[in-house]
Design a protein. Structure first.
Lengths: 410, 311
């Protein structure tokens, strides 16, 4: 079915139509024609004033649970949800069962995603079984299609192992991704440590459980001269360290989740397990620092940390519920609510351009034959419910809510 | 008069008037308990389940006795001897119990927020008998009742909470209650057992037991929660007793009146020495006695039987 988008704004510095309003004819998810004005017949015509088309979005960390936890999410449902949320490329964590820690597992993930409208990129495990003891076969996984290396939700604790991993990936200019958590400081914690955790009788996870690990990992990065990405930064202190390291010239980058931009620990007063995430939701001053870092470019990318769960996993005593929020479909609405005035330029860099550069993905240009694009309707309203949702999970606080900021998929 | 809440999840959610109403009602029930026939028919058509997901002796017995004194039908449930050990979830267990037409649930649980979670999923009134390291509201109410009984009131009184503040739901409920009622509160213990940021609750912090005891009218000595400690928090029970244990020698050296309390069970020779626990300063057994009256008051008020006179 062909669709004609009329007077959609192009936001893509590499496109000849950058910052212009154009007509675009799309068929089979491909740009057939693009020009200031088109008179073509089309099956569907969309008056797209106010909408923007930009290079396809990249999610640098999500959890699609397959293999092993297909009742939570599959590659198929996860990629459908990703497309629904505007993402065309998704990096998935290796915390599956079995773990993505060898070539055949990487190939399994790539093959599973082959026919989908979005592309899945497996993150290979740094250590065998993500046990943090021995290096996994990263070189072999790299040539099989692993985009980068991470132990995902079980970040490397052993300094010697991380040092060797950072050195090892230098042979192919690889990159290590860490969710920075010092587990000995975070152990037993259920929410951000602060006045609220004391008020509500919850064991706290102090901010330094993150910043201390960022500090250590940056020291290892400086020593090895390798490449490192921090996923899901949550504290102001970590941002200060990363900013200084960038100024110094280290090859470090970082990402933030939509939920850390939008929510704070204050929302946990009712012990709602939808907000149980790792790293935990932090204070309002941390959230403001994250927003400022998105705007000044200290934060490079968005990692949705999408983790999908079934009803049972979240409907229990808070302490026993699973970590993670279902975010991949609502990411844009969440970011828009957190940063109402976010510009198309910032969105382009945050959602696409920076990740493509850091992880050496193909550039996506808004031009004839282009397939890798995302169309947003900032003022568009929609309701996130079982009709619109593609993910298998139920763990979103936004289910049944009307949201502003819509993705146009054609 | 009735309470502003449907459940008793924590002191945090109560208004000052709620606390006053419970303490006033408890005084009436305490009179009942002095009579030859200690039983009233108030809750004779009410069924209450005591769900204990964590071990308890005095709280469970105290609730059970309070229920029986009110003529309620009671069911006792201990997680270790139930389907929970076969993997049943909290919601399933409670719904099974409720389908047998139970009106109220008294629950103790090792997870913070468990009763709050349950209150969103079942229609019965819930009384929190202790959740994780969060609250133990009936303990704070009976502590307040006992202080009031001994000293005549709460406002302006200086109350010290001593020991393991970090793992103590008794401490948090006491802090909420005492500050709401106008008492001054100081927490005292080794720094590792006092949570960072606790000053946000409006309490003073001390690491010096003797100074704290000199300052306070009431010392509520908390139990060292040996079973809750996953982290290195102090070096030995011996050292703890030497520097943070309340001993007769220390109390005598103060040369003043002081009220000693303890929520039980006591680790004798750790946080409290026997020569203090069993001395005239101690109101520990009054606390236990008052616990029944306070719990009767809470059950009665939450059951909402307004049409029946208490005494």
């Amino acid at each position: 079915m062909s669709t004609l988008l009329q007077q959609v704004k192009v936001s893509d510095t590499s496109s000849e139509f950058h910052n212009q309003n154009v007509d675009i004819l799309i068929d089979n998810h491909t740009i057939i024609q693009i020009a200031p004005q088109l008179d073509n017949e089309a099956d569907q015509v969309i008056e797209a004033g106010g909408m923007t088309i930009m290079p396809g979005w990249v999610d640098v960390m999500a959890d699609f649970s397959e293999p092993g936890y297909e009742h939570k999410e599959t590659i198929h449902s996860g990629l459908a949800a990703a497309v629904n949320g505007g993402f065309r490329q998704v990096f998935v964590v290796p915390n599956t069962q079995p773990v993505i820690h060898n070539k055949s597992m990487v190939e399994f993930i790539v093959n599973k995603g082959r026919s989908a409208a979005a592309k899945v990129h497996p993150l290979g495990a740094v250590s065998k079984g993500t046990e943090g003891k021995e290096l996994a076969e990263m070189l072999d996984m790299y040539y099989a299609g692993a985009i980068a290396f991470s132990d995902g939700w079980k970040p490397v604790q052993n300094a010697q192992l991380l040092l060797k991993a950072l050195e090892y990936v230098k042979s192919f200019d690889g990159i290590i991704i860490q969710v920075p958590v010092n587990q000995s400081l975070a152990a037993g914690g259920l929410m951000h440590e602060g006045p609220n955790s004391v008020k509500w009788g919850m064991p706290g996870i102090p901010s330094i459980a993150e910043s201390l690990q960022v500090y250590r990992d940056l020291e290892l990065l400086r020593y090895t001269g390798s490449r490192l990405h921090f996923s899901g930064i949550s504290t102001a202190a970590s941002l200060e360290l990363i900013k200084a390291a960038k100024n110094e010239g280290l090859d470090v980058s970082c990402s933030v989740t939509p939920h850390h931009l939008l929510y704070t620990d204050a929302i946990l007063e009712t012990y709602d397990s939808n907000y149980k995430v790792e790293p935990p939701l932090r204070s309002e001053s941390d959230r403001q620092a994250l927003i400022a870092a998105v705007l000044d470019g200290t934060i490079d990318c968005i990692a949705t940390h999408h983790r999908s769960h079934e009803w049972d996993a979240k409907t229990r005593e808070f302490e026993y519920t699973a970590y993670g929020m279902n975010t991949i479909e609502t990411a844009y609405a969440m970011i828009r609510e957190a940063i109402p005035g976010i510009s198309d330029e910032t969105l382009c860099s945050l959602m696409s351009g920076n990740a493509r550069k850091i992880f050496r993905l193909e550039a996506a240009t808004i031009a004839k034959d282009g397939r890798d694009f995302t169309i947003i309707d900032p003022a568009g309203k929609w309701t996130f419910n079982n009709n619109s949702k593609k993910s298998l999970g139920i763990n979103s606080p936004l289910l049944q809510h009307e949201l502003e900021g819509r993705i146009i998929n054609i | 008069m009735s309470l502003s809440v449907k459940h008793l999840l924590g002191i945090k959610d109560l208004k000052k008037e709620d606390i006053e109403l419970i303490l006033h009602t408890a005084a009436n029930f305490k009179d009942v308990l002095q009579r030859p026939i200690k039983k009233v028919p108030t809750l004779r058509d009410t069924t209450i389940v005591n769900l204990f997901y964590e071990n308890s002796t005095r709280t469970r017995i105290s609730f059970e006795l309070a229920e029986k004194r009110l003529s309620a039908d009671t069911i006792n449930f201990a997680a270790s001897s139930s389907s929970v050990s076969k993997g049943e979830t909290l919601i399933d267990t409670v719904n099974n119990v409720l389908s047998m037409k139970v009106d109220m649930v008294v629950m103790r649980h090792s997870a913070t927020g468990a009763p709050h979670f349950l209150s969103r999923h079942i229609p019965a009134s819930i009384i929190n008998a202790g959740d994780g390291i969060n609250e133990h509201p009936t303990q704070a109410l009976l502590d307040a009742y006992s202080i009031k009984e001994r000293l005549g009131g709460l406002e302006g009184r200086k109350v010290a909470l001593i020991g393991d503040i970090m793992h103590s739901r008794v401490a948090l409920s006491n802090i909420y209650l005492l500050t709401k009622m106008g008492a001054e509160v100081e927490v005292c213990g080794p720094p590792t057992l006092i949570p960072k940021h606790i000053e946000h609750l409006g309490v003073r912090v001390s690491y010096d037991l003797k100074k704290t005891l000199q300052w306070c009218d009431v010392a509520n000595v908390l139990r060292i929660q040996l079973e809750r400690q996953h982290k290195p928090l102090f070096s030995s029970l011996r050292e703890y007793n030497l520097y943070y244990g309340v001993s007769r020698q220390l109390v005598d050296s103060l040369d003043k009146e002081i009220v000693i309390m303890h929520p039980g069970p006591i680790n004798r020779g750790v946080e409290l020495n026997s020569d203090v626990a069993d001395s005239g300063h101690s109101i520990i057994l009054d606390q236990v006695e008052n616990g029944v009256a306070v719990r009767m008051a809470v059950l009665y008020l939450l059951a909402g039987k307004k049409d029946e006179l208490v005494v």
